[in-house]
Design a protein around this ligand. Structure first.
Ligand code: 2HG
Ligand code: ZN
Length: 484
């Protein structure tokens, strides 16, 4: 436990020039909780002050580890009295700066609230604390013969509270939808310090406004998600994975349409040749086949019976005859399926070494080829020599664009130049009626660009809702909205 005796700016009311001693802040937090639940250890501050974006310098005043909703409510009441800024914190695997604490905030970690209940086999639900790790929940469901279908590469460290706060998507959205579809009930502590239970796990509950859906995807600006009751379903039967080498981008939607008419898909993902090159060279993943194509699609489907496989084969053959698919491989075992998935799932982590500038954009599925072509043209025209890696959940209309930092370019300069190109990218998205943040959330990184997707009146309504649940603006300032 440390605690420098310097003065910090009261970040909940930026601009009001109130200063309070960080020593006092820490001492008061200890009074509210206990000495074991508050830390100012520098390495902890550095780690808990940032997410996977790694763009901002972490600078929280302290981290607190509440153990119950009542303790979180006490922290919120204290923050309101003392005008402290609070940053809700889960596994910090986010990619939009939503959990970053770079301005003397108090990080409220949900690590200690990580209970996982027994599965309720009649309701087909599981009740979990916000700090429960996604993979733990998937394993608990699986041990009971059921399935929690929201899945992504960070499942081993992301926490369910963060998944709900960002309405996380992932690799199975085409079949199962986003996190929102799987939340049957929520307990939240609002920015006013109220503890409220939303929907209580009910299947049917038509009693007016359903605030559960307001808190899902709210990125910590309305309250803390402290507990959730999640829906579970039957696991998919015998999933098969195929990787297809595609002649060009326009083929990708025709192939989707053709294969979807043969069988419902669990996943339809895509990645470019540059993404394959990077994971082969840097993550030791094997190429799917010798043929090199500009784009690849990864599809997953259930082998309900032998006919499914025959139908998919026929669809792929038909795509080959038309020249859309140049080569294809199908998994013959669970190990092979996992190896093929690595081609897609290892991309994001592999690219971190180039400090990529990320965009996570979407359009309706049918407009994706136009979206990709127009954004790719913008980036290549401005920076013809830069490496641009495309991949994503194309069956959901969601593209991940990662611009890699050239080795000799300073990071601040790189970011500034990417920001200028972002405006052109977001104008292209706006023209197509798409979104500047498909699944990663707005956070700090996309906050300046919110108006490219949301109208002025929507943003005004969002602010009004925030003011109801967080009247003193203590929750996650600077996230979603750039100004209070
Ligand atoms: C993925 O789909 C994640 O792999 C990360 O959403 C995307 O790193 C990215 O840009
Ligand atoms: Zn993604």
């Amino acid at each position: 436990m440390g605690g420098a005796d310097d003065n910090i700016t009261d970040s909940a009311s930026k601009g009001s020039c109130v200063t309070i001693s960080s020593t006092n802040v820490v001492a008061e937090l200890i009074d509210v909780l206990s000495p074991e639940q508050v830390t100012t250890d520098p390495s902890m501050l550095a780690s808990y002050g940032q997410d996977w974006t790694r763009f901002a310098s972490p600078a929280p005043t302290a981290i607190v580890f509440p153990r119950s909703s009542t303790e979180i409510a006490a922290i919120v009441h204290h923050a309101r009295n003392r005008k402290l800024a609070l940053v809700p914190s889960g596994g910090r695997t986010g990619l939009s700066g939503g959990a970053v604490a770079a301005n003397g905030e108090v990080v409220v970690s949900l690590d200690k609230m990580n209970t996982v209940s027994d599965v309720n086999l009649i309701d087909r639900t599981i009740t979990v604390g916000a700090g429960a790790i996604t993979q733990q929940i998937q394993e608990a469901a699986s041990a009971a013969g059921l399935f929690y279908p929201v899945d992504f590469a960070s499942s081993g460290s992301s926490q369910i509270g963060g998944n709900i706060a960002t309405n996380a998507g992932g690799i199975n959205v085409i079949r199962y939808g986003m996190t929102r579809e799987w939340v049957a009930g929520l307990t939240v502590v609002t920015g006013a310090g109220d503890i409220i239970e939303l929907n209580k796990g009910l299947v049917k509950n038509n009693t007016g406004l359903d605030f559960r859906h307001l808190f899902i995807g709210s990125e910590g600006i309305l309250g803390f998600i402290v507990e959730a009751t999640l829906k579970l379903c039957a696991p998919p039967k015998d999933p098969i994975v195929m990787v297809l080498g595609l002649s060009d981008m326009s083929a990708i939607m025709a192939v989707l349409e053709r294969i979807q008419s043969a069988t419902p898909l669990l996943a339809y993902e895509f990645f470019s040749e540059l993404a394959v090159t990077k994971v082969v060279e840097h993550a030791g993943v094997a190429r799917p086949f010798a043929t090199v194509t500009p784009f690849y699609a990864l599809i997953e489907f259930e082998r309900n019976d032998e006919q499914t496989e025959v139908d998919v084969f026929e669809a792929v053959e038909n795509c080959m005859e038309r020249g859309w698919v140049k080569d294809a491989v199908m998994s013959q075992s669970v190990a092979q399926a996992r190896a093929l998935w690595r081609l897609r799932e290892d991309i994001s982590e592999t690219l971190t070494q180039w400090t990529p500038y990320k965009n996570d954009i979407s359009s309706t599925v049918s407009k994706v080829p136009i979206l990709l072509a127009s954004v790719d043209a913008v980036v290549h025209e401005r920076y013809p020599d830069w490496e641009v890696v495309w991949y994503g959940h194309i069956g959901d209309g969601n593209l991940h664009l990662n611009i890699l930092k050239p080795e000799n370019l300073d990071i601040a300069e790189f970011k500034a130049r990417c920001n200028t190109v972002s405006i052109d990218i977001f104008e292209a998205i706006q023209t197509l009626g798409g979104s500047v943040s498909a699944e990663h959330g707005v956070g700090t990184l996309k906050a300046p660009y919110l108006a490219y997707t949301k109208s002025e009146s929507e943003i005004a309504a969002m602010r009004a809702v925030k003011a109801i649940f967080d009247p003193d603006g203590v929750l996650n300032p600077g996230k979603v909205f750039t100004t209070p």
